[in-house]
Ligand binder design. Structure first.
Ligand SMILES: Cc1cc2nc3c(=O)[nH]c(=O)nc-3n(C[C@H](O)[C@H](O)[C@H](O)COP(=O)(O)O)c2cc1C
Length: 295
């Protein structure tokens, strides 16, 4: 599926991605009200990684309602609405507004700093805060499954996942970007991003994604689905995340590197590998790394 923040703004871009083989699309993070992003330059890429500091810009839920409404008229693949806020109360308000449009899942980006916390720490960094957001969203989400999008930038991602599971999470997305990181221009001697630092994505973060997914799967005993996201560019990458515990795969940065066809190509590469290895269904791979120790 298409990961959040990449081409995820309009109904026509979701349809385009679906046409190229994505099994589902995720919106960019949606705020209750308009939210301005950072100044340019906001992104720098090499073949190994991308650093971005777009700053989660968004026009607010009213605009999102128009686009999701338009997409719902002729929905080729399921839609995951990703929401973000700076307080548990606003997460619930945003979820409530979006739930009316009946997205297939809600994905809750908890990487935003909590304005009610003395140090403004992201919700994703505290088990209590992450659980409070989960509970607030679950209280208004009705029968729409709620996936919590976890940050790798924590001491123990399993503890955070378990707290969210106990608060009612239906699944997880792991991971959001790593870091932050910084890149410096040699001539000007200044950071390349106007924001100085940005979140790291792309091939370089795949081993971190694999470890985080394995930790979340273990902490929750493999009982909840995980959308594995982070550094997937090929079918082999996707299957590695599945062995760690992912049952769905999100692709972000690789859409820029391999084009929109990346979704169809990854699926073809997975099928070809499974055929060659005598694996009847790639679903067999989910959590396979954990079972390899018990057999
Ligand atoms: C330019 C850019 C914008 C992003 N915007 C969002 C966003 O709005 N909400 C969110 O939850 N994640 C966002 N992400 C994170 C991705 O959804 C994904 O979790 C991360 O990039 C790791 O996957 P990848 O290596 O396949 O890109 C963004 C990533 C990039 C590169």
């Amino acid at each position: 599926m298409l990961a959040s923040g990449i081409w995820g703004i309009t109904a026509s871009s979701w349809r385009r991605v679906a046409k190229h083989g994505a099994g589902a699309v995720t919106t960019k993070s949606l705020w209750l009200k308009e939210h301005k992003g950072h100044s340019n330059p906001v992104i720098i890429s090499t073949e190994h990684w991308t650093l971005n500091a777009v700053g989660v810009p968004d026009a607010g839920v009213e605009k999102a309602k128009e686009e999701i409404g338009e997409y719902n008229k002729d929905k080729p693949v399921p839609l995951i609405a990703n929401i973000i806020a700076e307080s548990a109360e606003n997460y619930a308000k945003t979820a409530q507004a979006i739930v009316e449009l009946k997205p297939d899942f809600l994905e809750v980006n908890i990487s935003c700093p909590n304005i009610e916390d003395e140090f403004g720490r992201p919700f994703a960094c505290s088990a209590d805060d992450a659980a409070a957001v989960t509970k607030a969203v679950k209280a208004v989400s009705g029968d729409i499954p709620v996936f919590i999008k976890l940050s790798p930038n924590v001491e123990n991602i399993g503890t955070i996942a378990l707290a969210c599971a106990k608060a009612g999470a239906d699944g997880f997305t792991a991971i959001n970007t790593v870091g932050p990181g910084m890149a410096i221009d040699l001539r000007s001697r200044r950071p390349i991003l106007a924001n100085r630092v940005g979140g790291l994505s792309g091939p370089a973060i795949k081993p971190i994604a694999v470890k985080c997914i394995a930790d979340v799967y273990k902490a929750t005993e493999g009982k909840l689905p995980i959308i594995g996201t982070g550094g997937v560019a090929t079918g082999k990458d996707a299957m590695e995340l599945m062995l760690a515990g992912a049952s769905l795969i999100g692709i972000g940065t690789a859409v820029a590197d391999r084009g929109a066809d990346v979704f169809a190509k990854v699926c073809e590469e997975m099928s070809a590998w499974c055929d060659a290895e005598g694996v009847a269904s790639c679903g067999e791979l989910i959590g396979g790394m954990h079972r390899s120790f018990s057999s």
